[in-house]
Design a protein around this ligand. Structure first.
Ligand SMILES: [Zn+2]
Length: 239
């Protein structure tokens, strides 16, 4: 629906270039990119309290397997206005045979499906819908951010010299799981775009010192890859 306009008033222009100042927080382990993204978002909203964050992780019983629905519950816990868009309300059975998901699939399936079932009663906003790049750009142009699930195998930053995967930043002694060449679920935080150059800016929790940049085409490929369910968690600053 269009917003009402006064006659003669020019149509609202969407900014050509948006770069939001989203703080960069690096993940600590191979499994906590989603938590690092949540911390970036909460700090951006000035809602981050480390003790409260730890408490929330315990209360929501977040383990080493973090799904996008978990991040939506985390936002709800902090009273942050959000909308989680996905293609699958629950767990896609087809993932059972993918090595990234295989481990503990059945217990995870129950847990995640239950979170989806209880979402409405828990005031967690989930919608099955398709999101376009234009929707994302409009959201960013209003100063809001988003956490996106991508296939890290496909996402290639234009600025980083080599496509280093985040699990190569593991603390010494931890096992890297770069072995699967097809799919590696990874969360990133979107923080801007440039329509002239066709780029999208994002914070990759694998890095502590940079905002990354890729073409909209590459971003779309990584975001819509099989395995992501096209999950995107929109976050609104007016929360
Ligand atoms: Zn980069």
């Amino acid at each position: 629906m269009r917003s009402p306009r006064e006659p003669g008033e020019p149509p609202p222009q969407e900014a050509e270039c948006v770069q939001l100042k989203v703080p960069i927080i690096q993940q600590l382990y191979h499994w906590d990119c989603g938590l690092a993204c949540s911390r970036m978002v909460l700090q951006y909203l000035d809602h981050l309290d480390n003790d409260e964050f730890q408490k929330a992780i315990q209360e929501l019983r977040l383990t080493k397997s973090i799904w996008t629905i978990d991040l939506a519950y985390l936002m709800r816990h902090f009273g942050v206005k959000h909308k989680f868009c996905t293609q699958t309300l629950g767990v896609d059975k087809g993932y059972k045979n993918q090595s990234f998901y295989r481990k503990h699939f059945d217990t995870e399936e129950n847990r995640v499906n239950q979170l989806f079932a209880q979402a409405k009663a828990s005031k967690v906003l989930v919608e099955k819908c398709t999101v376009t790049v234009q929707d994302i750009q409009k959201h960013l142009s209003q100063g809001h951010v988003a956490i996106v699930l991508v296939n890290a195998v496909l996402l290639l930053c234009d600025l980083c010299s080599s496509p280093v995967k985040y699990c190569c930043f593991l603390p010494i002694g931890q096992k890297c799981f770069c072995r699967n060449p097809d799919y590696q679920g990874h969360f990133i935080v979107l923080c801007g775009y440039n329509t002239a150059s066709g780029s999208i800016y994002y914070n990759n929790p694998a890095y502590a010192d940079r905002t990354c940049c890729t073409s909209i085409r590459n971003f779309e490929e990584a975001r819509r890859s099989y395995g992501t369910d096209e999950d995107i968690l929109f976050i609104y600053t007016d929360s």
